[in-house]
Design a protein around this ligand. Structure first.
Ligand SMILES: [Zn+2]
Length: 433
Protein backbone atom coordinates (compact mmCIF):
# COMPACT_ATOMS: atom_id res chain seq x y z
CA UNK A 1 0.00 0.00 0.00
CA UNK A 2 2.81 2.33 0.98
CA UNK A 3 4.62 1.68 -2.30
CA UNK A 4 1.91 1.44 -4.83
CA UNK A 5 -0.67 4.04 -3.84
CA UNK A 6 1.61 7.04 -4.30
CA UNK A 7 2.86 5.57 -7.58
CA UNK A 8 -0.57 5.10 -9.04
CA UNK A 9 -1.84 8.26 -7.37
CA UNK A 10 -5.07 6.76 -6.09
CA UNK A 11 -5.89 5.35 -2.68
CA UNK A 12 -7.72 2.24 -3.74
CA UNK A 13 -6.14 -0.08 -1.20
CA UNK A 14 -6.95 2.22 1.71
CA UNK A 15 -10.44 2.55 0.27
CA UNK A 16 -10.91 -1.22 0.16
CA UNK A 17 -9.90 -1.36 3.82
CA UNK A 18 -12.17 1.49 4.78
CA UNK A 19 -15.12 -0.24 3.09
CA UNK A 20 -15.07 -2.90 5.80
CA UNK A 21 -15.90 -0.15 8.28
CA UNK A 22 -18.39 1.45 5.94
CA UNK A 23 -20.29 -1.84 5.71
CA UNK A 24 -20.57 -1.97 9.46
CA UNK A 25 -22.05 1.53 9.76
CA UNK A 26 -25.73 1.92 10.58
CA UNK A 27 -28.00 2.67 7.61
CA UNK A 28 -28.50 6.21 8.97
CA UNK A 29 -24.78 6.87 9.14
CA UNK A 30 -24.30 5.57 5.60
CA UNK A 31 -27.11 7.72 4.28
CA UNK A 32 -25.80 10.82 5.99
CA UNK A 33 -22.33 10.13 4.56
CA UNK A 34 -23.90 9.83 1.10
CA UNK A 35 -25.83 13.08 1.55
CA UNK A 36 -22.66 14.89 2.48
CA UNK A 37 -20.82 13.54 -0.57
CA UNK A 38 -23.75 14.42 -2.78
CA UNK A 39 -23.86 17.99 -1.51
CA UNK A 40 -20.18 18.27 -2.13
CA UNK A 41 -20.29 17.09 -5.78
CA UNK A 42 -23.40 19.16 -6.48
CA UNK A 43 -21.80 22.29 -5.03
CA UNK A 44 -18.70 21.68 -7.11
CA UNK A 45 -20.78 21.23 -10.26
CA UNK A 46 -22.85 24.33 -9.58
CA UNK A 47 -19.70 26.42 -9.17
CA UNK A 48 -17.40 24.97 -11.82
CA UNK A 49 -19.38 23.15 -14.50
CA UNK A 50 -21.13 25.32 -17.11
CA UNK A 51 -24.17 23.04 -17.56
CA UNK A 52 -24.93 23.07 -13.83
CA UNK A 53 -23.91 26.68 -13.31
CA UNK A 54 -26.63 27.63 -15.77
CA UNK A 55 -29.15 25.62 -13.73
CA UNK A 56 -28.00 27.47 -10.65
CA UNK A 57 -28.70 30.76 -12.37
CA UNK A 58 -32.17 29.41 -13.13
CA UNK A 59 -32.81 28.78 -9.44
CA UNK A 60 -31.48 25.27 -8.70
CA UNK A 61 -29.63 25.42 -5.41
CA UNK A 62 -27.36 22.38 -5.08
CA UNK A 63 -27.24 22.72 -1.32
CA UNK A 64 -30.96 22.59 -0.74
CA UNK A 65 -32.75 21.34 -3.86
CA UNK A 66 -33.67 17.67 -3.97
CA UNK A 67 -31.67 15.55 -6.38
CA UNK A 68 -34.70 14.64 -8.50
CA UNK A 69 -35.03 18.27 -9.54
CA UNK A 70 -31.81 17.94 -11.47
CA UNK A 71 -32.33 16.93 -15.12
CA UNK A 72 -31.08 13.51 -16.16
CA UNK A 73 -28.28 13.38 -18.73
CA UNK A 74 -26.92 10.65 -20.95
CA UNK A 75 -23.78 9.70 -22.78
CA UNK A 76 -24.83 11.22 -26.12
CA UNK A 77 -25.63 14.54 -24.51
CA UNK A 78 -22.31 14.72 -22.69
CA UNK A 79 -20.31 13.54 -25.68
CA UNK A 80 -21.92 16.05 -28.01
CA UNK A 81 -21.28 18.95 -25.69
CA UNK A 82 -18.30 17.91 -23.57
CA UNK A 83 -17.23 21.51 -22.93
CA UNK A 84 -20.39 22.25 -21.00
CA UNK A 85 -19.99 19.20 -18.75
CA UNK A 86 -16.29 19.47 -17.93
CA UNK A 87 -15.14 21.39 -14.87
CA UNK A 88 -13.34 24.62 -15.45
CA UNK A 89 -9.63 23.92 -15.16
CA UNK A 90 -10.22 20.16 -15.40
CA UNK A 91 -6.86 19.64 -17.12
CA UNK A 92 -5.12 20.47 -13.85
CA UNK A 93 -7.27 18.13 -11.74
CA UNK A 94 -5.80 14.61 -11.29
CA UNK A 95 -7.65 12.43 -13.75
CA UNK A 96 -7.50 9.44 -16.05
CA UNK A 97 -8.69 9.29 -19.62
CA UNK A 98 -10.96 6.27 -20.03
CA UNK A 99 -12.25 4.74 -23.19
CA UNK A 100 -14.97 2.16 -23.70
CA UNK A 101 -16.83 0.93 -26.71
CA UNK A 102 -14.95 -2.20 -27.65
CA UNK A 103 -17.88 -4.32 -26.65
CA UNK A 104 -20.84 -2.11 -27.30
CA UNK A 105 -19.78 -0.74 -30.65
CA UNK A 106 -20.41 2.71 -29.22
CA UNK A 107 -17.03 4.34 -28.60
CA UNK A 108 -16.86 6.70 -25.69
CA UNK A 109 -13.92 8.54 -24.23
CA UNK A 110 -14.32 10.36 -20.97
CA UNK A 111 -12.27 11.61 -18.08
CA UNK A 112 -12.57 10.43 -14.52
CA UNK A 113 -10.99 11.79 -11.33
CA UNK A 114 -8.23 9.58 -10.05
CA UNK A 115 -9.98 9.68 -6.74
CA UNK A 116 -13.27 8.47 -8.26
CA UNK A 117 -11.39 5.68 -10.00
CA UNK A 118 -9.69 4.76 -6.72
CA UNK A 119 -13.08 4.43 -5.06
CA UNK A 120 -14.33 2.25 -7.89
CA UNK A 121 -11.33 -0.02 -7.83
CA UNK A 122 -11.32 -0.15 -4.05
CA UNK A 123 -14.97 -1.25 -4.17
CA UNK A 124 -14.09 -3.97 -6.67
CA UNK A 125 -11.37 -5.27 -4.34
CA UNK A 126 -13.85 -5.18 -1.49
CA UNK A 127 -16.37 -7.21 -3.52
CA UNK A 128 -13.73 -9.86 -4.16
CA UNK A 129 -12.90 -9.93 -0.47
CA UNK A 130 -16.55 -10.60 0.26
CA UNK A 131 -16.45 -13.77 -1.81
CA UNK A 132 -13.39 -14.94 0.09
CA UNK A 133 -10.52 -13.68 -2.08
CA UNK A 134 -8.04 -11.44 -0.40
CA UNK A 135 -6.08 -8.73 -2.16
CA UNK A 136 -2.85 -10.18 -3.49
CA UNK A 137 -4.24 -13.66 -4.02
CA UNK A 138 -4.04 -14.87 -7.56
CA UNK A 139 -6.83 -14.11 -9.95
CA UNK A 140 -7.32 -15.40 -13.48
CA UNK A 141 -9.06 -13.20 -15.99
CA UNK A 142 -11.13 -15.07 -18.55
CA UNK A 143 -12.24 -13.48 -21.77
CA UNK A 144 -11.18 -9.88 -22.08
CA UNK A 145 -13.27 -7.69 -19.81
CA UNK A 146 -12.41 -4.16 -20.92
CA UNK A 147 -12.49 -2.94 -17.33
CA UNK A 148 -9.50 -5.14 -16.63
CA UNK A 149 -7.42 -4.75 -19.73
CA UNK A 150 -7.58 -1.00 -20.30
CA UNK A 151 -4.82 -0.77 -22.87
CA UNK A 152 -3.09 -2.65 -20.07
CA UNK A 153 0.46 -2.17 -21.24
CA UNK A 154 1.40 0.98 -19.37
CA UNK A 155 4.12 0.50 -16.80
CA UNK A 156 1.70 1.29 -14.00
CA UNK A 157 -0.72 -1.36 -15.18
CA UNK A 158 2.12 -3.86 -15.47
CA UNK A 159 3.43 -3.05 -12.03
CA UNK A 160 0.00 -3.28 -10.53
CA UNK A 161 -0.72 -6.60 -12.15
CA UNK A 162 2.60 -7.99 -10.93
CA UNK A 163 2.07 -6.79 -7.40
CA UNK A 164 -1.44 -8.10 -7.43
CA UNK A 165 -0.38 -11.35 -9.07
CA UNK A 166 -3.19 -10.82 -11.50
CA UNK A 167 -2.91 -12.91 -14.60
CA UNK A 168 -4.51 -12.29 -17.92
CA UNK A 169 -3.35 -15.69 -19.02
CA UNK A 170 -6.63 -17.10 -20.18
CA UNK A 171 -7.87 -14.17 -22.23
CA UNK A 172 -9.15 -14.52 -25.77
CA UNK A 173 -12.45 -14.43 -27.52
CA UNK A 174 -12.74 -17.96 -28.92
CA UNK A 175 -15.29 -19.99 -27.04
CA UNK A 176 -15.45 -23.13 -29.14
CA UNK A 177 -15.18 -26.41 -27.15
CA UNK A 178 -11.47 -26.93 -27.87
CA UNK A 179 -10.42 -23.40 -26.89
CA UNK A 180 -12.74 -23.47 -23.87
CA UNK A 181 -11.40 -26.76 -22.54
CA UNK A 182 -7.85 -25.51 -22.97
CA UNK A 183 -8.74 -22.29 -21.17
CA UNK A 184 -10.30 -24.22 -18.29
CA UNK A 185 -7.22 -26.44 -18.00
CA UNK A 186 -4.95 -23.39 -18.01
CA UNK A 187 -7.06 -21.66 -15.37
CA UNK A 188 -7.02 -24.79 -13.22
CA UNK A 189 -3.24 -25.08 -13.43
CA UNK A 190 -2.81 -21.54 -12.16
CA UNK A 191 -4.43 -22.50 -8.83
CA UNK A 192 -5.99 -19.09 -8.52
CA UNK A 193 -8.23 -17.95 -5.69
CA UNK A 194 -10.57 -16.24 -8.10
CA UNK A 195 -11.70 -16.58 -11.68
CA UNK A 196 -13.10 -13.40 -13.14
CA UNK A 197 -14.54 -13.22 -16.63
CA UNK A 198 -17.27 -12.95 -19.17
CA UNK A 199 -20.33 -14.97 -18.29
CA UNK A 200 -20.39 -16.49 -21.78
CA UNK A 201 -16.73 -17.45 -21.67
CA UNK A 202 -17.21 -19.15 -18.31
CA UNK A 203 -20.33 -20.94 -19.54
CA UNK A 204 -18.47 -22.25 -22.58
CA UNK A 205 -15.66 -23.50 -20.31
CA UNK A 206 -18.23 -25.25 -18.14
CA UNK A 207 -19.81 -26.94 -21.17
CA UNK A 208 -16.43 -28.11 -22.42
CA UNK A 209 -15.41 -29.47 -19.03
CA UNK A 210 -18.69 -31.32 -18.50
CA UNK A 211 -18.61 -32.77 -22.02
CA UNK A 212 -15.00 -33.90 -21.64
CA UNK A 213 -15.67 -35.28 -18.18
CA UNK A 214 -12.45 -33.86 -16.76
CA UNK A 215 -11.77 -32.48 -13.31
CA UNK A 216 -10.37 -28.97 -13.02
CA UNK A 217 -9.02 -27.75 -9.66
CA UNK A 218 -11.58 -25.12 -8.67
CA UNK A 219 -10.92 -21.58 -7.47
CA UNK A 220 -12.45 -20.36 -4.21
CA UNK A 221 -14.98 -18.33 -6.15
CA UNK A 222 -15.94 -17.28 -9.65
CA UNK A 223 -17.20 -13.82 -10.63
CA UNK A 224 -18.93 -13.37 -13.96
CA UNK A 225 -19.22 -9.96 -15.54
CA UNK A 226 -20.07 -7.95 -18.68
CA UNK A 227 -22.74 -10.23 -20.10
CA UNK A 228 -26.16 -11.12 -18.79
CA UNK A 229 -25.67 -14.30 -16.79
CA UNK A 230 -28.30 -16.71 -17.98
CA UNK A 231 -29.79 -19.07 -15.38
CA UNK A 232 -28.71 -22.17 -17.30
CA UNK A 233 -25.17 -20.81 -17.46
CA UNK A 234 -25.10 -20.32 -13.71
CA UNK A 235 -26.11 -23.92 -13.04
CA UNK A 236 -23.58 -25.36 -15.43
CA UNK A 237 -20.69 -23.20 -14.24
CA UNK A 238 -21.29 -24.18 -10.62
CA UNK A 239 -21.71 -27.82 -11.61
CA UNK A 240 -18.55 -27.94 -13.72
CA UNK A 241 -16.25 -26.18 -11.30
CA UNK A 242 -17.80 -26.81 -7.89
CA UNK A 243 -17.15 -23.20 -6.89
CA UNK A 244 -19.69 -20.54 -5.91
CA UNK A 245 -20.53 -18.12 -8.71
CA UNK A 246 -21.24 -14.42 -8.22
CA UNK A 247 -22.40 -12.06 -10.91
CA UNK A 248 -21.08 -8.53 -11.22
CA UNK A 249 -22.77 -5.54 -12.77
CA UNK A 250 -20.70 -2.45 -13.32
CA UNK A 251 -20.53 0.78 -15.19
CA UNK A 252 -17.28 2.67 -14.81
CA UNK A 253 -18.30 6.06 -16.11
CA UNK A 254 -21.32 6.41 -13.87
CA UNK A 255 -19.59 4.72 -10.97
CA UNK A 256 -21.82 1.70 -10.48
CA UNK A 257 -20.62 -1.57 -9.07
CA UNK A 258 -22.91 -4.32 -7.86
CA UNK A 259 -22.39 -7.96 -7.10
CA UNK A 260 -24.85 -10.72 -6.37
CA UNK A 261 -25.02 -12.34 -2.96
CA UNK A 262 -25.83 -16.00 -2.39
CA UNK A 263 -29.51 -15.10 -2.59
CA UNK A 264 -29.01 -13.83 -6.11
CA UNK A 265 -29.64 -10.13 -5.53
CA UNK A 266 -27.26 -7.44 -6.70
CA UNK A 267 -25.83 -5.46 -3.80
CA UNK A 268 -24.87 -2.00 -4.99
CA UNK A 269 -21.70 -0.32 -3.73
CA UNK A 270 -23.30 2.57 -1.84
CA UNK A 271 -19.92 4.18 -1.32
CA UNK A 272 -19.70 4.98 -5.04
CA UNK A 273 -22.99 6.36 -6.17
CA UNK A 274 -26.71 6.84 -5.70
CA UNK A 275 -28.86 4.69 -7.93
CA UNK A 276 -32.35 5.45 -9.19
CA UNK A 277 -34.54 3.23 -11.34
CA UNK A 278 -36.78 5.44 -13.45
CA UNK A 279 -39.45 5.02 -16.04
CA UNK A 280 -40.68 8.07 -17.94
CA UNK A 281 -38.86 10.19 -15.37
CA UNK A 282 -40.71 8.63 -12.42
CA UNK A 283 -39.16 6.38 -9.79
CA UNK A 284 -40.17 2.76 -10.39
CA UNK A 285 -41.56 0.86 -7.43
CA UNK A 286 -39.62 -2.27 -6.47
CA UNK A 287 -40.38 -5.06 -8.91
CA UNK A 288 -40.87 -2.76 -11.90
CA UNK A 289 -38.22 -2.46 -14.60
CA UNK A 290 -36.79 0.95 -15.45
CA UNK A 291 -33.71 2.84 -16.61
CA UNK A 292 -30.68 2.89 -14.34
CA UNK A 293 -29.84 6.50 -13.44
CA UNK A 294 -26.75 7.07 -11.36
CA UNK A 295 -25.15 9.93 -9.47
CA UNK A 296 -21.44 9.42 -8.94
CA UNK A 297 -20.46 10.62 -5.46
CA UNK A 298 -16.82 11.23 -6.38
CA UNK A 299 -16.55 12.48 -9.98
CA UNK A 300 -15.78 16.16 -10.28
CA UNK A 301 -13.61 16.55 -13.36
CA UNK A 302 -16.57 15.37 -15.39
CA UNK A 303 -19.45 14.96 -12.95
CA UNK A 304 -21.93 12.19 -13.59
CA UNK A 305 -25.10 13.47 -12.01
CA UNK A 306 -28.36 11.66 -12.67
CA UNK A 307 -26.62 9.95 -15.54
CA UNK A 308 -28.57 7.43 -17.57
CA UNK A 309 -26.11 4.61 -17.99
CA UNK A 310 -28.21 2.93 -20.65
CA UNK A 311 -29.05 -0.23 -18.70
CA UNK A 312 -32.35 -1.45 -17.37
CA UNK A 313 -32.90 -2.86 -13.90
CA UNK A 314 -35.45 -3.76 -11.27
CA UNK A 315 -34.93 -2.37 -7.76
CA UNK A 316 -34.92 -4.83 -4.87
CA UNK A 317 -37.76 -4.73 -2.38
CA UNK A 318 -37.02 -4.41 1.32
CA UNK A 319 -33.89 -5.74 2.98
CA UNK A 320 -32.19 -8.65 1.25
CA UNK A 321 -32.81 -12.02 2.95
CA UNK A 322 -29.04 -12.54 3.04
CA UNK A 323 -28.81 -9.94 5.81
CA UNK A 324 -26.30 -7.69 4.04
CA UNK A 325 -27.51 -4.07 4.27
CA UNK A 326 -27.69 -1.42 1.56
CA UNK A 327 -29.22 -0.82 -1.83
CA UNK A 328 -30.10 -3.84 -3.95
CA UNK A 329 -31.24 -4.56 -7.47
CA UNK A 330 -33.41 -7.57 -8.10
CA UNK A 331 -32.30 -7.91 -11.71
CA UNK A 332 -30.19 -6.07 -14.24
CA UNK A 333 -30.91 -6.14 -17.94
CA UNK A 334 -28.84 -5.34 -20.93
CA UNK A 335 -28.31 -2.10 -22.66
CA UNK A 336 -31.35 -0.12 -23.64
CA UNK A 337 -30.19 -0.46 -27.20
CA UNK A 338 -30.53 -4.20 -26.82
CA UNK A 339 -34.25 -3.92 -26.93
CA UNK A 340 -36.79 -5.28 -29.29
CA UNK A 341 -39.21 -2.67 -30.57
CA UNK A 342 -42.69 -3.99 -31.30
CA UNK A 343 -44.85 -2.45 -34.04
CA UNK A 344 -47.14 -0.90 -31.40
CA UNK A 345 -44.19 0.99 -29.90
CA UNK A 346 -43.65 -1.30 -26.91
CA UNK A 347 -40.00 -2.09 -26.23
CA UNK A 348 -38.83 -5.31 -24.62
CA UNK A 349 -35.42 -5.78 -23.05
CA UNK A 350 -33.58 -9.02 -22.46
CA UNK A 351 -35.21 -9.22 -19.03
CA UNK A 352 -38.51 -9.91 -20.73
CA UNK A 353 -37.12 -12.98 -22.45
CA UNK A 354 -34.77 -14.41 -19.85
CA UNK A 355 -37.50 -16.13 -17.84
CA UNK A 356 -38.50 -18.73 -20.38
CA UNK A 357 -34.97 -20.06 -20.58
CA UNK A 358 -35.12 -21.08 -16.93
CA UNK A 359 -37.55 -23.76 -18.06
CA UNK A 360 -35.56 -24.97 -21.04
CA UNK A 361 -32.48 -26.75 -19.74
CA UNK A 362 -31.61 -27.90 -23.24
CA UNK A 363 -30.69 -24.37 -24.32
CA UNK A 364 -27.01 -23.67 -24.12
CA UNK A 365 -27.11 -20.14 -25.55
CA UNK A 366 -29.73 -17.95 -27.12
CA UNK A 367 -29.89 -14.71 -29.00
CA UNK A 368 -32.79 -12.67 -30.26
CA UNK A 369 -32.32 -10.93 -33.59
CA UNK A 370 -34.81 -8.39 -34.79
CA UNK A 371 -34.31 -8.26 -38.55
CA UNK A 372 -37.01 -5.65 -39.11
CA UNK A 373 -40.03 -4.32 -37.23
CA UNK A 374 -42.14 -7.40 -37.86
CA UNK A 375 -39.67 -10.28 -37.92
CA UNK A 376 -37.85 -11.77 -34.98
CA UNK A 377 -35.45 -14.69 -34.98
CA UNK A 378 -34.58 -16.61 -31.84
CA UNK A 379 -31.26 -18.33 -32.33
CA UNK A 380 -30.73 -21.35 -30.16
CA UNK A 381 -27.62 -23.31 -29.50
CA UNK A 382 -28.85 -26.47 -27.86
CA UNK A 383 -27.39 -29.35 -25.93
CA UNK A 384 -28.39 -32.95 -26.64
CA UNK A 385 -31.29 -32.37 -24.25
CA UNK A 386 -33.04 -29.77 -26.38
CA UNK A 387 -36.36 -31.17 -27.58
CA UNK A 388 -39.43 -30.03 -29.55
CA UNK A 389 -41.44 -29.35 -26.38
CA UNK A 390 -38.85 -26.78 -25.27
CA UNK A 391 -38.86 -25.24 -28.71
CA UNK A 392 -42.65 -25.01 -28.56
CA UNK A 393 -42.47 -23.38 -25.11
CA UNK A 394 -39.99 -20.75 -26.30
CA UNK A 395 -41.99 -20.01 -29.42
CA UNK A 396 -45.26 -19.52 -27.57
CA UNK A 397 -43.51 -17.42 -24.88
CA UNK A 398 -42.14 -15.06 -27.52
CA UNK A 399 -45.36 -14.98 -29.52
CA UNK A 400 -47.32 -14.05 -26.41
CA UNK A 401 -45.04 -11.09 -25.69
CA UNK A 402 -44.36 -9.93 -29.22
CA UNK A 403 -47.73 -9.15 -30.72
CA UNK A 404 -47.70 -8.31 -34.41
CA UNK A 405 -44.32 -9.90 -34.93
CA UNK A 406 -43.52 -13.09 -36.78
CA UNK A 407 -41.28 -15.19 -34.55
CA UNK A 408 -39.13 -18.02 -35.81
CA UNK A 409 -36.70 -20.25 -34.00
CA UNK A 410 -33.54 -21.51 -35.59
CA UNK A 411 -30.74 -23.76 -34.46
CA UNK A 412 -28.71 -23.44 -37.62
CA UNK A 413 -27.51 -19.84 -37.32
CA UNK A 414 -24.33 -18.92 -35.50
CA UNK A 415 -24.76 -16.77 -32.43
CA UNK A 416 -23.10 -13.42 -33.11
CA UNK A 417 -20.60 -11.90 -30.81
CA UNK A 418 -19.02 -8.47 -30.77
CA UNK A 419 -15.43 -8.03 -31.98
CA UNK A 420 -14.35 -8.25 -28.33
CA UNK A 421 -16.15 -11.54 -27.96
CA UNK A 422 -19.11 -10.31 -26.00
CA UNK A 423 -22.31 -12.25 -26.32
CA UNK A 424 -25.23 -9.97 -27.10
CA UNK A 425 -28.60 -11.31 -26.04
CA UNK A 426 -30.53 -9.00 -28.28
CA UNK A 427 -29.35 -7.86 -31.69
CA UNK A 428 -31.39 -5.22 -33.45
CA UNK A 429 -30.62 -4.60 -37.09
CA UNK A 430 -30.70 -0.95 -38.05
CA UNK A 431 -34.03 -0.24 -39.65
CA UNK A 432 -35.96 2.99 -40.21
CA UNK A 433 -38.12 3.94 -37.24
ZN1 LIG B 1 -28.25 -10.30 -0.43
Amino acid sequence: MVVIEPLVGARYLSTAQWLREFDAWSPERRRSWQRERLRSVLSHAAARVPFYRRLGEAGFDPRTSPLHELPTVDKAQIRDDMGRFLSQGWERMPHLVKATGGTTGDPWRYVLDKQAWGHMYGAALHCREQVGCRYGERMVVLGSPPSLVPGGTSWKATLRSQLERRLVAAAGVEIDPVASLERARQAGKLRAALWYGYAGTLAAMADAVIDAGVHIPPPKAIISTSEMLQPAWRDRIEEAFAAPLFDEYGCNDGGVLAQTCRRGRFHVADSLSLIEVLDEGQACPPGVEGDVVVTNLHARVLPFLRYRVGDRAVAGEGPCPCGQPGTTLERVAGRQGDRVRLPDGVELSAVAFGHVFKQTPGVRRWQVVQENPTHLTVRIEGTGGFDPSQEELILSYFQERCGGVLVRITMSETIERSPAGKHKVVVVRPFPK
